[in-house]
Design a protein around this ligand. Structure first.
Ligand code: HEM
Length: 135
């Protein structure tokens, strides 16, 4: 058994499921638009972003543990990674701020919040392709 590959694979499974969650949550809400489910979908989407931050960081830590150094990336790959990190932090702050509002936003503000969350997720998952193939 190659423990390094197993660690990468298991972490990537969680990272992929987190990616599905952050993309699907906002798209579900924008399409179904069920306001009474908004808080629940916000929590699920927040969980997805937290999973992304944790498992993404863990991918780097696995490399540190087995090779004694972080992945050797540069140029476009670093740009792509920074884009993912900025998207994750922005989405985290936006969702936490939304959850703290007692009566969640209504109307146009709700639509904008979910559109921004959808855009952040799509930008991040697109950046993942550049991180993968330029590193
Ligand atoms: C702090 C946030 C994040 C960090 C630190 C991070 C880090 C990483 C790392 C190190 C890899 C492995 C790249 C490689 O194989 O060369 C990876 C892969 C991947 N990440 Fe992230 N990531 C983050 C957020 C996200 C987000 C928000 C998404 C999606 C919405 C995402 C989607 C993916 C996907 C789909 C892959 C697999 C790419 C492939 O092998 O084709 N990541 N990520």
């Amino acid at each position: 058994m190659n423990w390094q590959n197993l660690a990468y694979a298991l972490d990537q499974v969680a990272h992929n499921l987190g990616a599905v969650t952050v993309v699907a949550g906002p798209l579900y809400f924008l399409i179904a638009g069920e306001l009474k489910r908004e808080r629940g979908v916000l929590w699920i989407t927040l969980t997805g972003w937290v999973v992304q931050i944790a498992t993404g960081s863990f991918l780097g830590l696995i490399s540190l543990y087995f090779y004694g150094q972080l992945p050797d990336i540069h140029g476009i790959a670093i740009g792509a990674l920074l884009i993912k990190i900025v998207c994750a932090i922005t989405a985290f702050v936006l969702i936490v701020a939304s959850l703290r509002v007692h009566d969640l936003y209504t109307g146009r503000r709700t639509a904008i919040t979910w559109q921004v969350l959808a855009a952040l997720a799509i930008i991040a998952i697109s950046a993942a392709a550049f991180l993968r193939w330029f590193s």
